[in-house]
Design a protein around this ligand. Structure first.
Ligand code: ADP
Length: 695
């Protein structure tokens, strides 16, 4: 009844748990179950191994020439961590109560079990957290560290263990040293023979793919031959007059182990070492050798095992590196094969060694004809080969690229972007050239430029249109004056005996006024003229004066004062005069419109020019208008953004493109307070920049 209630309560709790929590609780329960199962399996296996290796036990306690259980302990701690320490203490404790021929008090069993657990836990901690070995022993270094640390730990455990038994009176002081050495050798050989196998086998099993193809049967035949070679070696070593020859011929056991290690790597070597060890123990057992002789054989066996394992580790590591290399080469080759850019390698004499399919497509020639050609035949005029070494030294970022012309098989030229890298020994460099066809990019850039200049022209026309009434008004004055003067002159002419000096004065006035009108018209005509615009070295004053002359007319009519503040000795700039006038005029008209949009006491438009750096001049246009509204500031330079009923919203966007084409940046530098201010830079003419830059 109670059980049913508990079950119901559990179901109710689970029903209220969110999905993620249920999943986590399930995973926790699963982990706990598998930890218990692994611990139990470990203890059983430990007791089993301890039992089968309980031969030639010294003093009737668990000190034997081959002791595999510590190998199990170390492998468990390395693979699973310190959570298994209870099982690691329990196993030797149980063993101390079951196995020995003499009775071991439980407390002594517990303390010695704690010594064993502490020793191997310290070794596992050192290997995992200090030396950070890979527990599946992928590198030779991992195996070497494992053997070194395990041998040291086995020594420490042997001292501790024997110490405890000495204190408990289970071993006499005279035998202690001997027992410690025996235990050390027994544990060390146990670990060397079994731990690598346990660590490697799990990983191998996980990645094993069984396919009964030709390779499988060949492998099986080879395994059989290798096992037979171990058997034959044993017969040779122990078969005849073993008292005399076993030691002398022991080296024969190296042969099968080395063969297997070379062919099968660490996994094979670990199996071979285990098989040889079991066979050795069996042979020694059969021949009823003394514990002393067995110990000597175990030392020899330690050498065989360590040599075989290390050789196997080196072979495995080399295989892994070779596989990784082949894989990365394959990846690289696939990338190069499918790349849209042409990739070619050339030797130290400028001859083409290899090309990818993209190069064949670019130049219209098959690879076999391209191989052996000089790179300068493909890139005429670039004199690429002469410059290769210096180009390759530049890091592969922007500046290492160069644009030059390449020649197709039919003789036609096309533009490419070239990137160069060097490889090979110093003094015997080879080079990799990456060629990107930039014909379509160039076309796109040219059409974008044309489009931009068309747009700028349309915008200039519209700007001029907007200024038309102010200009008409301005032209009206000289025309009226000309008409008045001409009428006066006519009147003088009709008078008999007219006064020539007076007449001359009138005509001079006519000329002056006509020139004034002509000046306005010619400025306007130049401003709206189409034609390709070009950069030239211009004094900055010329540009500013030109724009101000046009803007001033409208300013004067609206009572706006135009203030010019130019720093003295500004160097000439490298700019397109008409385009920069357009930018200035745009900014000035925006400023004037802003001033007129609100009733302000001061109506001033200020144009400032100053040296921003050795390479640039900064021009600022500020007004006394209301400033730029907060919500507009972020999108001011986007096209079609306008707050004016008749505005197109193109002025600032076109101005920004023009300034950027001059390597500058147009920005809003003041948006609140007494009006808005816009600023931009213009590049100083190179020669002037050079003079200024020098100290
Ligand atoms: P348009 O003048 O045709 O509107 P612009 O790109 O030149 O196009 O300007 C976009 C908008 O930016 C204007 O509509 C105006 O709201 C704002 N703006 C530009 N200059 C100023 C200024 N000096 N003061 C305040 N607002 C400005």
């Amino acid at each position: 009844m109670r059980a049913r209630m508990a079950e119901r309560a559990k179901t109710a709790i689970i029903a209220h748990m969110p999905g993620e929590a249920i999943r986590k609780a399930g995973a926790r329960a699963h982990r706990a179950r598998s930890a218990v199962a692994i611990s139990a399996g470990y203890v059983v296996l430990y007791l089993f191994l301890d039992r089968v290796s309980f031969i030639w036990a010294l003093h009737g306690i668990d000190i034997t020439p081959w002791n595999p259980p510590p190998a199990l302990t170390l492998a468990l701690l390395l693979m699973r961590g310190f959570g298994y320490l209870p099982a690691v203490i329990l196993a030797p404790l149980l063993s101390s109560q079951i196995l020995p021929l003499v009775s071991v008090p439980p407390l002594v069993g517990l303390v010695s079990a704690a010594v064993i657990a502490a020793g191997y836990a310290a070794a596992a901690g050192l290997l995992r957290h200090v030396f950070r070995i890979d527990v599946v022993l992928r590198r030779t270094r991992d195996l070497v560290l494992l053997i070194a640390v395990a041998v040291a730990a086995a020594g420490a455990v042997a001292l501790g263990f024997v110490g405890v038994y000495l204190l408990a009176g289970l071993i006499g002081p005279a035998d202690a040293a001997d027992a410690a050495v025996q235990l050390w050798i027994g544990d060390a050989i146990g670990i060397v023979v079994l731990t690598p196998l346990l660590l490697v086998a799990r990983d191998r099993l996980r990645h094993a793919r069984l396919a009964f193809g030709r390779a499988f049967w060949l492998g099986a035949a080879e395994t059989l031959a290798q096992m037979s070679s171990i058997g034959i070696s044993f017969v040779l070593v122990f078969g005849f007059n073993h008292q005399r020859y076993s030691f002398e011929l022991f080296y024969l056991l190296f042969l099968p182990v080395v063969w297997i290690a070379v062919r099968r790597g660490l996994g094979g070597a670990a199996w071979a070492v285990l098989v040889v060890q079991i066979a050795l123990i069996a042979a020694l057992n059969l021949q009823r050798n003394s514990a002393d002789t067995i110990r000597s054989f175990q030392l020899l066996m330690f050498t065989v095992a360590a040599t075989g394992l290390m050789l196997g580790a080196v072979v495995s590591e080399r295989h892994r590196v070779a596989r990784a290399l082949a894989e990365s080469q394959g990846r690289l080759a696939a990338m190069i094969e499918t790349a849209r850019d042409g990739v070619l390698t050339i030797d130290g004499r400028g001859r083409i060694e290899s090309v990818n399919p993209a190069v064949e497509r670019l130049f219209g020639l098959p690879g076999r004809l391209l191989a052996g050609c000089r790179v300068d035949d493909l890139l005429p005029g670039g004199r690429v080969f002469e410059r290769l070494a210096s180009m390759a030294r530049v890091p592969p970022t922007g500046s290492a690229r160069e644009e030059l012309d390449a020649r197709r098989a039919d003789g036609s030229l096309f533009p490419v972007e070239l990137t160069v890298g060097a490889f090979g020994e110093p003094g015997n460099e080879h080079y990799t050239l990456v060629l990107r066809d930039i014909a379509s990019r160039r076309e796109a850039e040219a059409s974008q430029r044309a489009h931009q200049s068309e747009l700028a022209h349309v915008s200039r026309l519209s700007l001029a249109g907007e200024m038309a009434s102010a200009l008409a008004h301005e032209l009206n004055q000289p025309l009226t004056a000309i008409a008045a003067c001409a009428r006066g002159c006519l009147r003088l002419l009709r008078q008999p005996g007219f006064d020539p000096p007076l007449m001359q004065e009138g005509v001079e006035q006519i000329v002056e006024q006509a020139e004034r009108a002509g000046d306005i018209i010619s400025r306007l005509r130049e401003f709206v003229a189409t034609g390709t615009t070009q950069r030239a070295v211009v004094p900055i004053e010329t540009i500013i004066d030109g724009a101000v002359a046009l803007a001033r007319i409208e300013a004067a009519q609206n009572g706006i004062e135009v203030v010019l503040r130019l720093a003295p000795d500004l160097p000439p700039v490298l700019a397109d005069r008409v385009q920069i006038e357009q930018v200035l005029l745009n900014l000035m008209r925006n400023g004037m419109e802003a001033i007129l949009s609100h009733a302000a006491a001061t109506r001033t438009l200020t144009i400032e020019g100053r040296r921003a750096s050795a390479q640039a001049i900064e021009i600022t246009v500020a007004d006394s208008g209301p400033g730029v509204p907060e919500e507009l500031a972020g999108q001011l330079f986007e096209p079609f953004v306008t707050t004016k009923p008749l505005g197109m919203g193109l002025g600032l966007s076109i101005s920004r493109s023009i300034v950027e084409a001059h390597d500058g940046r147009l920005r809003l530098v003041k948006r609140r307070g007494a009006g808005a201010a816009f600023a931009f830079e213009l590049p100083v003419h190179e020669a002037a920049a050079g003079i200024e830059a020098e100290p």
